[in-house]
Design a protein around this ligand. Sequence first.
Ligand SMILES: [Zn+2]
Length: 63
Amino acid sequence: MQSVRRKVKCPTCGTMAVWDTANRWRPFCSERCKQLDLGAWSAGQYTIAENHPAEPNDSGAGD
Ligand SMILES: [Zn+2]
């Protein structure tokens, strides 16, 4: 039997990245993508959807 490596889609570039302890950047495919994503977070380009309710006064002008 072959061991199936779990793969995840890199949130930054969409490349399939191996979800493994060997991939320290998971779920990203590379350090660059991780850094880019963190930069986007700090810039407020992303909305946290999990465990965080949306701002009630958000007019929806963005996104
Ligand atoms: Zn990537």
